[in-house]
Ligand binder design. Structure first.
Ligand code: PMV
Length: 369
């Protein structure tokens, strides 16, 4: 599979206007992506749980315009005009224009909202970019289907191609966004144990998954809701020339190999060890890059220690993971949903900013509204 297969046959833009709405979730990586090559190609494969409740809902309205020289769009977050979102979207449009040749032919009104609080420290780029990519794919599908010069065969976009190309486009917006379209587990990055896996887009995890992982719970503890001091773009770049980079990329490959066995056998102890090690390794990479930085906060460590002592005391299978920030994702099997939530309320909420946390569970991916 090469990039060229996502460049569509030449079509005429016969559709005057319209609008599409997609809802797309966030995801949380179990084996982390940290470090990339040119064109958003990951240095190592990653795997994530797709979330269910943390999502972005985006509507893209489009209408034909006269002048095809430049992009024309406006962006709204919760009905409020957001001009500061425009540069990121403009960069995205430039990157994907070769794959979506209609982008300069229309004016777009992009209206978006998140189900989680804005600036909660939860990455909205994965859900946001995947929702936008899906809306753009729906527009392209409509244009192609309406092109009378195309044969029925040429204009038939298979569901597989639609979702693959949407994931491919989302990746060009924000790497991990390509893992948000489907559920409940998605792999991004070529790996020998995952058939169909690709550096170009995410694929639904194709192998056997033990029932222990069905409806796995993720309660996100909001430790620090502020803007991150170091963006993930900067963090990825600091993996270039990082003293431990090659070893880390090798480790991620091995961890994914081991994860395949863990998911099949339902080995929760091995799952805990792998996932927590991945989270701490991600942050260790940040602490050992040059310049170095720390995204965890004192309360992140308090929570981790509380989780470890609760697990020891109760024999629970609760674990944690982290993304590129201070918030803690508390992961646990559905069978422990009541007891762990009680533990969170009694012992962990005190470490959350304004006592805030979000209860989520593994989900099935994006949907068209
Ligand atoms: O998609 P980005 O560029 O925001 O990078 C995300 C990186 C991590 O969230 C830290 C790990 C991952 O695999 O999602």
């Amino acid at each position: 599979m090469i990039e060229e297969s996502f460049i569509p046959k030449k079509y005429s833009n016969s559709v005057e206007n319209g609008s599409f709405t997609w809802s797309s979730p966030s995801n949380i990586a179990l084996v982390k992506y940290w470090g990339k090559k040119e064109h958003q190609i990951p240095e190592n494969p990653s795997i994530s749980f797709t979330l269910n409740n943390c999502k972005t809902i985006t509507t893209v309205g489009f209408s034909k315009k006269e002048n095809h020289d430049s992009y024309s769009f406006e962006v709204f977050l919760d009905d409020e005009k957001k001009d500061d979102f425009k540069p990121k979207i403009e960069t995205f449009f430039k990157r994907v224009e070769v794959y979506l040749p209609f982008l300069k032919a229309y004016h777009f009104k992009i209206e978006t909202s998140n189900t989680f609080p804005h600036s909660s420290g939860i990455a909205s780029s994965a859900s946001g970019m995947s929702a936008l990519a899906l809306c753009l794919m729906s527009i392209e599908k409509l244009i192609i289907e309406s092109d009378e010069a195309m044969s029925a065969e040429e204009s038939a976009l298979s569901n597989e191609h639609f979702i693959q190309k949407a994931s491919f486009l989302a990746r060009l917006g924000s790497g991990s966004a390509c893992r948000s379209l489907e559920g409940d587990l998605v792999v991004w990055g070529k790996h020998e144990a995952i058939s169909g896996s690709s550096d170009l887009f995410g694929v639904k995890y194709p192998n056997e998954v033990h029932s222990h992982f069905k409806n796995y719970q993720d309660t996100i503890l909001l430790v620090d809701k502020g803007e991150k001091q170091v963006s993930s773009t900067v963090g990825h770049n600091l993996m270039h020339g990082h003293p431990f980079a090659q070893q880390r990329f090798k480790q991620a490959n091995t961890n994914l190999t081991n994860m395949v066995t863990i998911l099949k056998d339902g080995d929760l102890d091995a799952f805990i060890a792998l996932v927590e090690s991945e989270a701490l390794t991600l942050h260790a990479m940040m602490m050992t890059s040059m310049p170095y930085f720390i995204l965890m906060k004192p309360n992140t460590l308090e929570i981790i220690n509380k989780i470890w002592s609760y697990r020891k005391r109760i024999g629970s299978k609760v674990s944690f993971t982290l993304d590129a920030g201070a918030n803690v994702h508390v992961l646990y099997p559905e069978s422990e949903a009541t007891s762990v939530l009680e533990f969170i309320q009694n012992e962990l909420v005190a470490y959350c900013q304004n006592g805030q946390y979000i209860c989520d569970v593994i989900g099935l991916g994006a949907s068209k509204l």
